[in-house]
Design a protein around this ligand. Structure first.
Ligand code: NAD
Length: 497
């Protein structure tokens, strides 16, 4: 028998309870690969209990005044701020990113919670008085019922916070399934939500992998699913959930291009590229993982390599670490295989992080910053989302060629152009078929008053996460046409003939 490690609890009906499952998944510290906990694959009975709890508490929560729900969120944003460092510590332990990145992870989620506090404006319906005599038309935005969220490993706080606070402030109850690799942050966030005054049973948490996902897709009492993760899982969940009559929004994989024009601010651009390609070990759906150097910008490659070499690879909780490990040994192997494929298919490895060793963390899943040049669009390392600290570099002579490459790529999550020419920036922003465009901004994730608008193969569904779109996703419209005849009004004078 191995060492006794803590078990992750279920959160059902307001109680943190031990699962009765006989199937458990180990949670590892990616910097050491030590087992630091175990997460259950929830039993069918536990999952049923969680949905029943959501269903039972829905009518009262939906009927709770919007001002009271807003108060819960106002207290919640304060508690997240007060516990930000502890949530970040859990993220670094389970996910591996640096503490600074982990704090950013919480902070970006917190911004969505803060935005959700303005629900009283966001959820307003529409009115049109006097559409005919004595008749008015108006609409309400009403909650859907029980909603569910399925989250990935790479943003253990931010992504769950894109989901349940928005859904619940609208009056829905919520079933959350965090990533089985990084459940800790979600559990603490649930505790804080309860401490903020969310009634027992309005938020429930189950754990697991495929069975839990299938359960969510199929359950008739779940009305909507928010998914963030890989294309393989997202397309499956979109199809299966939609087939069962649910709304599904699925944010998925990416291949984000940074187009570097020769007139760009060189210093700024190279720094931005290095941070956006290798930060968080490239495990960001908005990582700028592909650079297209246009014209004379091709000459900047040696300097880019020099900057990337300076990044410090270490365990995420070590001072000065710029990037931490990958999530699992399998993820490391996959990334290394993709780098190998570049060599085999004729690209050049200008900086190779495959054999890096981190002192004191020899068993960690580390890959150092890697730059592959002479990449062509038909190469495997270009076509696949690498999800590691690897920058692939293509070169073109013109902006038009660069735009064509980006638009021919199936993904549409994010892109950036680096230039000091406004007309170039405008042309690029207009012609590029990608949902989120940065102009001298390498990771253009919109703030929560806008929505996360990844497009094409990076998204399935028609209503995006957070912002106005998020409110739309978690509500349905009811439109009322009402006639109150003036002559029926009490104590009015008789109609003058
Ligand atoms: P993943 O798809 O492996 O896991 C996401 C969730 O789906 C987990 O909860 C997991 O339990 C479940 N799951 C995994 N495989 C499944 C399957 N075959 N069938 C059913 N459910 C399954 O994703 P990940 O590795 O945790 O996250 C990385 C991916 O997420 C990357 O592709 C990244 O680009 C993407 N991502 C996208 C965004 C975005 O907003 N577009 C944000 C973050 C991450």
């Amino acid at each position: 028998m191995g060492p006794v490690v803590p078990t992750v609890k279920l959160f059902i009906d307001g109680k943190f309870i031990e699962s009765k499952s006989d199937k458990w998944i180990d949670i590892h510290n990616p910097a050491t690969n030590e087992v630091i906990g175990r997460v259950p694959q929830s039993t069918k009975a536990e999952m049923d209990a969680a949905v029943s709890s959501c269903k039972r508490t829905f009518p009262a929560w939906a009927d709770t005044s919007i001002l009271s729900r807003q108060q819960v969120l106002l207290r919640y944003q304060q508690l997240i701020k007060e516990n930000l460092k502890e949530i970040a510590r859990l993220i670094t332990l389970e996910q591996g990113k640096t503490l600074a990145d982990a704090e950013g992870d919480v902070f970006r989620g917190l911004q969505v919670v803060e935005h959700a506090c303005s629900v009283t404006s966001l959820i307003l319906g529409e009115t049109m008085p006097s559409i005919t005599k004595d008749m008015d038309l108006y609409s309400y935005r009403l909650p859907l019922g029980v909603c569910a969220g399925i989250a990935p490993f790479n943003f253990p706080a931010m992504i769950p916070l894109w989901m349940f606070p928005m859904a619940m402030v609208c009056g829905n109850t919520f079933l959350m399934k965090p990533s089985e690799r990084v459940p800790g942050a979600t559990m603490l966030l649930a505790k804080l939500f309860q401490d903020s005054g969310a009634p027992d049973g309005t938020l429930n948490i189950i754990h697991g992998q495929h069975e839990a996902v299938n359960f969510i897709c199929d359950h008739p009492d779940i009305k909507a699913i928010s998914f963030v993760g890989s294309n393989q899982a997202g397309e499956y969940i979109f199809e299966r959930g939609s087939r069962h009559g649910k709304r599904v929004q699925a944010n998925m994989g990416a291949k984000n291009h940074g187009v570097v024009m020769p007139d760009a601010n060189k210093e700024n651009t190279l720094n931005q590229l290095v941070g956006a390609a290798f930060g968080a070990a490239g495990q960001r759906c908005m990582a700028l993982s592909t650079a297209i150097l246009v014209g004379e910008a091709k000459k900047w490659l040696p300097e880019l390599v020099e900057r990337a070499k300076k990044l410090r690879v270490n365990a995420g909780d070590q001072p000065g670490a710029d990037l931490g490990p990958l999530i699992t040994p399998q993820a490391k192997e996959r990334v290394c295989n993709l780098i190998d494929s570049g060599t085999k298919e004729g690209a050049s490895i200008l900086l190779d992080g495959r054999s890096i060793k981190v002192k004191g963390y020899e068993n960690g899943n580390f890959v150092g910053p890697t730059i592959i040049s002479n990449v062509k669009p038909n190469m495997t390392c270009y076509k696949e989302e690498i999800f590691g600290p690897v920058l692939v570099v293509l070169e073109t002579d013109t902006l038009d060629e660069a735009i064509k490459i980006v638009n021919d790529n199936p993904y549409g999550n994010g892109t950036a152009i680096f230039t000091t020419n406004g007309a170039t920036a405008r042309k690029y922003s207009h012609l590029v078929d990608v949902g989120q465009v940065g102009v001298n901004v390498p990771i253009p994730v919109p703030l929560p008053m806008f929505s996360f608008t990844g497009s094409r193969a990076s998204f399935r569904g028609d209503t995006n996460f957070y912002g106005k779109q998020g409110i739309q996703f978690y509500t349905q419209l009811k439109t009322i046409t009402s006639q109150w005849k003036e002559e029926d009004a009490s104590l009015s004078s008789p109609a003058v003939v």
